[in-house]
Design a binder for this molecule. Structure first.
Ligand code: PHE
Length: 455
């Protein structure tokens, strides 16, 4: 439980917020959120998503940071240190697996984003909505190309972890993230003024409450909330282990949650108005291709669209890179800590494993449904991965983390950490209630009803 002198430390609270926000903001916000809103029935999903963020994820975010900072260890070690002699370390182990599993499909989508920098900047993807859709289907139908792009993303991520240029990347992100937000605001302004945009806004903003009878709305909103905030897998915990003791946890957690959620909501203000401006658009059927088929349409409408399109996908790729770095860090630091591997060996071995695991996602991206022959698996392999990791592994990890903090470590210890050095911590009684009761119960209920509905 001691702090080894070699262990790095963020230079300031701002450094931590920046790195954690870099992890949180990524494809989850700009690709995942609109895709899930589209599949989950519009504004009703948004309402459930926001409730999950506020009542479940924000309290767990503070708890994960506190857990990491108290132990100054990576996930498996953290759980083991506070509950020695028990099997609680397995909760950290699940996070290590989730890092590998999520990166295996995340790298495929990130590879598409990288390719779209080129496609949009060179004007390769233009024409009617049908042409743009056909372009995407043909592009992703080439599984070898998708796998090659995923390999590029994985190798770049591994190179960043090995090359010690991470601090540099984080400094660059500091400049690029505001640029991404500004560009998105500009795109949203254009999007909402397109003819037909009103229907998109209505879909996005006025909830059809009958949708709430559908448990899948809750499952996907919960999974998406964990995924977008990088929670439930020890990633934020690991970043918290470098967090200086004199800085406040609650305010940092709230900043990250607010930033991440605002960017996701902003993405919706672009995608749905543009989508509904296209005749015959159906958000429920677009699947993982939603942003790749809708956004080029917007760029085609803009003067200088190639520049804006290329710029947008470039910034999205950078945002994805800061997330892949944090995803790879969890299994790598585990191999270094627990197996005593060198960092180079750990990075190379884990990256190679992830590449192998990414191949089915690259081949079965929803256009090619590998599992259609198996009853109950009438979806592409990529969707299957999103469902398995985001909707099950992360919420289970989050549920275990909440139980651990609330009942094993104990809220007393956690509150000491959260309020260390007189840090601002609002409503400790409310936080205690949420972490001990609401988080575990709500997650368990959603997962159990989902499982029951699958039987
Ligand atoms: N939060 C990241 C995103 O929204 C993905 C991620 C999940 C990163 C889990 C780390 C851990 O893109």
């Amino acid at each position: 439980m001691s702090t080894t002198p070699s262990r790095g430390m963020w230079s300031s609270r701002a450094g931590f917020i920046l790195a954690a926000a870099g992890s949180a903001v990524g494809l989850g916000n700009i690709w995942g959120f609109p895709t899930q809103v589209g599949q989950g029935g519009g504004a009703a999903f948004v309402v459930v998503y926001l409730a999950c963020i506020l009542l479940i994820c924000a309290p767990i975010m503070a708890g994960e940071i506190a857990l990491g900072r108290r132990t100054r260890l990576s996930p498996v070690g953290s759980f083991a240190a506070l509950a020695p002699g028990t099997r609680w370390w397995l909760a950290g182990g699940l996070g290590v697996l989730a890092g590998v599993g999520i990166l295996s499909f995340y790298s495929v989508i990130a590879g598409w984003a990288v390719a779209y920098v080129w496609f949009t900047a060179t004007g390769a993807v233009t024409g009617s909505p049908e042409d743009i859709g056909r372009f995407f289907a043909e592009f992703t139908g080439n599984g070898v190309l998708s796998a090659g792009l995923a390999l590029f993303v994985i190798v770049t991520t591994a190179a960043v972890l090995l090359g010690g240029v991470r601090a540099g990347i984080e400094r660059v992100t500091k400049a690029l993230m505001p640029l991404l937000v500004l560009l998105m605001i500009g795109l949203a302004v254009r999007a909402v003024t397109l003819p037909g945009a009103g229907a998109g806004l209505a879909y996005y903003l006025s909830p059809d409450l009958t949708r709430l009878a559908d448990i899948t709305v809750f499952t996907s909103a919960l999974g998406q909330a964990f995924f977008s905030l990088s929670l439930g897998m020890g990633c934020i915990l690991t970043y918290g282990s470098y967090f200086p003791r004199q800085d406040g946890i609650a305010s940092s957690a709230l900043w990250i949650v607010a930033l991440d959620t605002s960017i996701a909501l902003l993405a919706g203000f672009i995608i749905f108005p543009v989508g509904f401006s296209i005749a015959g658009f159906d958000p429920t059927t677009s699947g993982p291709g939603l942003i790749f088929t809708v956004l080029p349409r917007l760029f085609a409408e803009l003067p200088g669209g190639q520049l804006f399109g290329g710029g947008f996908f470039l910034l999205l790729s950078v945002a994805a890179l800061t997330s892949t770095i944090s995803l790879l860090e969890v299994p790598v630091s585990h191999c270094v800590d627990a197996l005593r591997w060198s960092r180079t060996k750990a990075v190379c071995a884990v990256a190679a494993l992830i590449f192998v695991l990414s191949i089915p996602s690259a081949l079965g991206n929803g256009a090619v449904a590998l599992f259609t022959a198996v009853p109950g698996f009438g979806i592409g392999f990529l969707d299957l991965m999103v469902n398995a990791w985001n909707e099950f592994a992360l919420p289970i990890g989050g549920c275990l983390t909440a139980i651990f903090i609330g009942r094993i470590w104990g809220v007393g210890g956690a509150l000491d950490e959260l309020r260390a050095e007189g840090a601002w911590f609002p409503a400790p009684a409310l936080w205690t209630f949420l972490i001990r009761w609401i988080c575990p119960a709500a997650i368990a209920l959603i997962l159990l009803v989902t499982l029951a509905s699958m039987l």
